[in-house]
Ligand binder design. Structure first.
Ligand SMILES: [Zn+2]
Length: 465
């Protein structure tokens, strides 16, 4: 039986319907129209209905480290990603499967509260401390899947192939928890593909940790095997996050990392290049032309002091991008997109840097919030393959309702609501969130929020102790 919602203002790929009627059948949108369809209206929804975003890069457990590394000492006076990583590894050494799941559940619940309906989880803590496998080799992956199911968040799980401690370097002690041979890795992929039965919001993709941690032969072997296992699988990799990494790959493989990928793996829209912070002009053009998604994680890149993605040049070249909350200093879409746009304004000393005038319609106002939101929406869907990403027939029914009574949205209509949400205010306007036709947040509350937070509180106390 189908359900029909009348939405006061409904986001569409080419504008808004006010009102819009959405008909949902079995978790999928069966029709959208400006005219009231036959049949009874199940509910009238006040406010602005927008599609749920896919968060394209997450390491859920790193949330436990947020706010714990903001200091210097004589020994770490020059703090950067690599000194931060030492602190991260100290925590990894103490992570249990229970803690992994509890932290993930809290992070996933917050993602829903901020209007994300799916996550790409780039998951590399596979084994016991020391490197021995769990009795269930997929134990840690299963914990993440369980956290996503508990909260109702869609998940594209990306088990990570991690085999070396740097180009030509053995794994460090902590990194043994991350390691697989290509064969063992492919076995894990097969196991996780089996978990999709009974969980229609689960997808399984591939993650290569980086060109530092996986050799060219391992990259080729994995990609060749995936052509048989799942030719449509999404392929993610960390790349060019720091200048140190660019120099190491250039010395070891003879090309800058993104250029190496362009020349050697045949980048396509199936790929998501996470960070891609340091790009030369040829890499900007090549990456944009490939159709791959750049996975920008603005607040993580900012807190790590990595550098700033060349957004304006890349967007002008037609490059696709999406947003990840990565280490989860923050789990808010609005904060991430604000950092991206406003950081560029500071750098370039001008306003509205991503939006460009519409040459065909000189009077048409091109709004920054809309450009940012639509780009992150398309890039997130492309990188996650969740089947959502737009409120149109045939897509998964992932609907986020923004509250017109929240302070930042007061007085705003469809034309400026995304500017108001993403670029102003501190109050979160997300009121209701639906994933695959099911409400998981209503009136700002999730049924599991107290229990999830209790588990998280206990976990954080144990990790701090
Ligand atoms: Zn990452």
């Amino acid at each position: 039986m189908s359900i029909i919602y009348e939405v006061e203002h409904l986001h569409q790929p080419d504008g808004w319907l006010s009102p819009g009627y959405v008909e949902i059948d079995g978790g999928v949108i069966s029709s959208v129209s400006a005219q009231r369809p036959d049949g009874e209206i199940t509910e009238r929804l006040r406010g602005f209905g927008v599609p749920g975003l896919s968060n394209l890069h997450s390491h859920a457990f790193q949330r436990a480290l947020a706010g714990r590394t903001e200091f210097v000492t004589t020994a770490r006076a020059e703090d950067n990603l690599w000194t931060w990583r030492k602190e991260m590894y100290r925590m990894v050494d103490r992570l249990t499967p229970e803690a992994y799941e509890a932290i993930a559940a809290q992070v996933y619940l917050e993602m829903l509260q901020f209007g994300m309906t799916a996550v790409c989880e780039f998951h590399y803590v596979h084994h016991l401390a020391g490197g021995a496998a769990h009795a269930n080799p997929a134990e840690m992956s299963d914990r993440l899947i369980s956290a996503a199911m508990r909260t109702g968040l869609g998940m594209t799980i990306l088990p990570v192939l991690y085999a070396h401690g740097g180009i030509g370097k053995p794994l460090e002690a902590t990194q043994k928890r991350f390691a697989h041979s290509v064969d063992a890795y492919l076995k894990l992929i097969e196991t996780l593909r089996g978990r999709r039965a009974g969980n229609s919001n689960l997808r399984v993709g591939v993650a290569l940790h980086s060109l530092r941690a996986v050799t060219p032969d391992e990259v080729r072997a994995t990609l060749a095997a995936m052509k048989t296992i799942d030719p449509q699988a999404r392929l993610h990799i960390h790349v060019s996050e720091t200048t140190h990494e660019v120099a190491e790959v250039e010395a070891g493989l003879g090309a800058r990392p993104v250029q190496w990928l362009i020349d050697n793996v045949g980048l396509s829209p199936d790929w998501c290049l996470v960070h891609a912070t340091h790009l030369d002009n040829s890499e900007i053009a090549g990456l944009a032309a490939s159709g791959a998604v750049a996975g920008i994680c603005p607040l993580t890149e900012a807190t790590m002091g990595d550098g700033f993605f060349p957004l304006v040049e890349y967007h002008a070249a037609g490059g696709a991008f999406g947003i990840g909350t990565d280490s989860h200093y923050c789990t808010s879409t609005a904060e991430e997109l604000r950092m991206l746009e406003c950081g560029k304004r500071l750098e370039l000393r001008r306003r509205n840097v991503i939006a460009r005038p519409d040459a065909a319609h000189p009077e048409h106002e091109v709004h920054t919030g809309r450009v940012l939101f639509d780009a992150a929406l398309a890039g997130g869907e492309q990188a996650s393959a969740q089947g959502g990403g737009a409120l149109v027939a045939g897509r998964r029914a992932d609907l986020v309702m923004l509250d017109p009574d929240s302070n930042p949205l007061l007085g705003h209509g469809p034309q400026t609501v995304l500017d108001a949400w993403l670029l102003s205010g501190t109050q979160n306007p997300v009121r209701d969130v639906m994933v695959a036709g099911k409400w998981v947040i209503r009136d700002r509350h999730h049924r599991q929020e107290a229990a999830v937070r209790d588990d998280y509180r206990r976990t954080m106390a144990a990790l701090a102790g």
